[in-house]
Each structure stands twice: as C-alpha cells, then as structure tokens.
Design a protein around this ligand. Structure first.
Ligand code: GDP
Ligand code: GDP
Length: 460
C-alpha cells in the first residue's frame, strides 16, 4: 500500500494549495475516469514510477468551537496515528511561531518521517526567512512556493524510499497484465488467485448496520470463523466458511470496534474505507432501506468504482419496509431509475438484525468473483465490437475519420479493456459508454466496473 502522507499546518499557510499542486500534474496521467468526483482532501498520486497517498488534514473538521491550538493539536494527533509520514507547512511571511514549535515537537517525538516546509517564499527573501527557522533547529527545512510550484517536488524526496513502485502499489490486487506475462504464467496466476478465498470488504455509511451484519456473519452457528492477525496494523480480518466455501472478510475488527478519532472525523472513515476497498476484490456496499440512497452512499460507491473492485449493493434494514416484493420495492426502483450507471451491480435486500436473506450475500459474491476473473479473448471482443463500430462509427474529428482498429482485454482483476484508435481524442465518453454497454450485452461482467481505455495506434 502506498504510504499515507499527511499535510499539516495552521489555517491559511497554504496546505490545500500544496495538496493540489502535489497532485495536479499527476492526476492527469492516472487516466480519465468520467463521473468520478475527486475528493479534495484525500487522493493518490505518483511521482515518477513511485506512488503515494496524500491527506490534507485541513479537511478534518473538529467543529468551530475549538480554539485554534486545540484544533491543530487534534489534527496532529490524527496524522501521527494514521499517517506514515508528515509534511508540516509554515508561512514564511509570518515566520516561526510558538504554536508551530509545539506541533514540531510532537512530530519529532513520534519518530515519523517528516519534512518542514516554509511556504510563500516567493514574496520574501529566501535566506532571511529560512534563517529564522534554522535558528530554532527546524530540520529538514525546505523553502517552497505552493502557489508557483517552486521546490514542491523536493518535499517528497525524503519519502521516496517508503513508496512502492506504481506497479506494486496495491500488493493485494495488482491484477495481471497480459502483455507482461506468458500464457502459462497467466493461467497459473489465475488458478492461484481463484484458489484463494474471495477477499470481501463490507463498507458503508455510519449506522447502516455494518457491524450488525459482520457480527451476524461471525455469529451464525453454521459458519466456522477464525481470525487472521493483521500484518502491519490493528485490523483483523476474518475467514468465514459457508456451505464448504471460505470467504475472507477484510478489516472486520475495524467494524466491530469504533476508534476515538474515528468518531471525530468523516475523513478518517473515508481513508479507512479506501484501505478496505484496496485490500479486497469485492466490496459490499451496505445501504439502509429505511433511508434510501444518499449522497454519502454514492460517494462510497464511487470509491469502489474508482478502484475498479467488484461491487455488490446490499439494502439492509429490509425489515423496515412494508412491501415484501423485492423487485418493486422503492430502494431498487430508485437506483435503477435514477442511477442507470449502477445497473452493472447486483442488488439484494436483507436484514442484519433478523437474519433475513443475509446468506444471499454469498451467492452474489460467487457470481461477481467469477466475472472479476473473466477474460474475454481478443477475437471474441472484435467479433462483437468491430461490426458495431462499422455500423455506428464515432463522429469525425475536424473532418478526419475516427477509427477503431481493434479492442482487447489487457488486464484482469481489475479488468481493463483497451480500444486502439487512430485518434483517441476523438472517442468521447459517450462513445466509450456505448461500447461498454455493447460489451455487457454479451458479456455482462456482473458487478465488475471494468475500465475501457483508448490508446493511439496508427494503421499498419
Ligand atoms: P490552507 O488553509 O492551509 O489550506 O491554505 P490555502 O491553501 O487555502 O492558502 C491560503 C492562502 O495562501 C490562499 O490565499 C493562497 O492563495 C495563499 N498561498 C498559498 N500558497 C502560496 C504561496 O506559495 N505564495 C503566496 N504568496 N501565497 C500562497
Ligand atoms: P454501523 O455503524 O454501520 O456498523 O451500524 P450498526 O451495525 O452499529 O447499526 C446501526 C443501528 O442500526 C443499530 O441500532 C442496529 O441495531 C440497527 N440495525 C442494523 N441492522 C438492522 C436491520 O437489519 N434492521 C433494523 N431495523 N435495524 C438494524
């Protein structure tokens, strides 16, 4: 997992400017993911071939009634518990302040890798400003201008050793790229992965019933459960056996106990959710049939789609509904009518409290897992899509025809399908959606938010 680097500092020192600066040029290369709203306070980036995660702790709100010093102290507490490394930002125009000294002391004592940035040195003389901080023994010290991008990359240098190569960024599920493996390697990899228990994350907004569900799964007498100690953190995963098949639920301990910082911060919950998604193959997003689909739910669903993990929508608290007819129930209808882009995800209703239909979860996991590891051959894809492209080609671009030469699945788990075109910029988001729909009509990829990318290729 890429290290989580926290940006700390008083308000107005330039944390969010720096945050955006550290990510801006890089996000462009990640890939185009339309419809995914980017979170402003938490994101992932790459520098060269290295990857990292970044959190702007200015986004952690502890309420306006906290005095400034207290709020910063909590920020630091959060960062020092959760982050792997710290960038502490100060304002060069204001100089070295007592409140900075206090936080710097805490960061030092934590032993976490850290750098100290003096921002806004664009408008003042660098040496003079830095001298003040040097006198107080602040090191390593880097003068930057977040607004102008000056020296900003240097802030990441001390952390490069912590960062995995982009390719290995997500060790639990790096997928396999066909271009980089022989046929026998691919087959061996797939077999190995299929033999392992499916890795499942149960996620959702607070109070939708996650811990009730997990406790029920662990408590059913038909289920044999055994804890697996987590490797680097407090999280404990659990193996659950149901009808002779074993399932690996990630971060179940995190669901059962609630952390002290967790209650204070939505951002913390988001980071924890992100981590669970990255460690899983399939995410079960628990929703409340009592509440219907909320913005908070959609944000979590988008996190799953963003990471291209398998997605299952489970409507909990089904016992609160009057109707027993599932297919016509308001929660189902609402999602299918208002959010057609979610139609790829299987959906079911259950009650963690009464146990109603909870075991249906396992059937959905099996289906989505199969599709998550499905490989459609290049000839199958081309036989399907090339006639469609011929009949309904993309619109011409500046009077040039836009062609698609062939389409091929380039990666499994997460699934990536690549179309090769003479003019990738001429293939709109709508056209990609059109092709994706056509693919799903023949190969439904149930629960799999596959990525359809377009790459440039000139005709031979
Ligand atoms: P935050 O509250 O720490 O997240 O600070 P912001 O990123 O919102 O920045 C606070 C103010 O400082 C904004 O008006 C920025 O435009 C300004 N600012 C940020 N970086 C620089 C810089 O490098 N030089 C100058 N002169 N202003 C900056
Ligand atoms: P979490 O924050 O997502 O882990 O949610 P909890 O498991 O702590 O549940 C929040 C509240 O919802 C508790 O009062 C539960 O008893 C209640 N709850 C959980 N599942 C169900 C359910 O299926 N039906 C009903 N009616 N209430 C439920």
């Amino acid at each position: 997992m890429p290290p989580l680097i926290a940006i700390l500092g008083r308000p107005n020192v330039g944390k969010s400017t720096l945050f955006n600066r550290l990510l801006s040029r890089r996000e462009a290369i990640v890939e185009d993911r339309p419809g995914v709203t980017r979170d402003r306070h938490y994101s992932q980036g790459t520098i060269g071939r290295k990857s990292f995660r970044l959190v702007d702790t200015g986004g952690i709100l502890f309420g306006d009634d906290h005095p400034l010093g207290e709020s910063i102290r909590k920020q630091a507490l959060f960062a020092l518990e959760e982050a792997d490394a710290v960038i502490y930002v100060m304002d060069g125009r204001e100089g070295y302040l007592p409140v900075d000294a206090d936080v710097i002391g805490r960061i030092r004592r934590s032993g976490k890798p850290s750098v100290f940035a003096v921002n806004k040195v664009d408008t003042v003389k660098t040496e003079e400003v830095l001298a003040d901080f040097h006198r107080h023994g602040v090191a390593p010290l880097i003068g930057i201008s977040a607004a102008h991008g000056r020296n900003v990359d240097a802030l990441l240098d001390p952390f490069l050793d912590l960062m995995p190569d982009t390719e290995d960024a997500f060790p639990v599920d790096p997928g396999i790229r066909f271009s980089e493996a022989s046929e026998s390697d691919i087959q061996a990899w797939l077999q190995r992965r299929k033999d392992d228990p499916p890795r499942v994350a149960v996620i959702g907004r607070p109070n939708v019933g996650k811990s009730t569900l997990v406790n029920r799964l662990l408590g059913e007498e038909r289920l044999v459960t055994s804890p697996i100690p987590g490797t680097t953190r407090d999280a404990i995963d659990t193996l659950v056996t149901f009808r002779d098949k074993t399932y690996h639920f990630v971060d179940t301990a995190g669901l059962r106990k609630k952390g002290k910082v967790a209650e204070a911060s939505e951002l913390y919950a988001q980071i924890r959710t992100d981590r669970a998604i990255l460690e899983s193959e399939i995410a079960v997003v628990l929703l409340s049939a009592e509440d219907g689909l909320t913005d908070g739910d959609l944000r979590i669903i988008r996190q799953v789609i963003d990471h291209r993990r398998g997605l299952i929508l489970a409507w909990n608290k089904w016992d609160t509904l009057k109707s027993t007819d599932h297919s016509l129930a308001p929660p189902f209808r609402d999602v299918r009518e208002r959010y057609p882009f979610l139609s790829f995800a299987p959906m079911f209703g259950c009650s963690a409290k009464t146990g109603f239909h909870v075991s249906q979860l396992f059937g959905h996991i099996a289906t989505v897992r199969d599709w998550y590891f499905t490989r459609v051959t290049t000839s199958e894809l081309n036989n399907l899509l090339l006639p469609i492209v011929q009949a309904s080609p993309p619109p011409r671009l500046k009077n040039h025809p836009v062609r698609i030469f062939y389409v091929t699945q380039v990666q499994i788990a997460p699934t990536v399908i690549m179309a090769f075109s003479n003019k990738p910029e001429g293939i709109s988001h709508q056209y990609r959606q059109f092709l994706s729909r056509k693919i799903r009509e023949k190969y439904p990829f149930v629960g799999v938010p596959f990525l359809l990318k377009v790459q440039a290729k000139s005709r031979k």
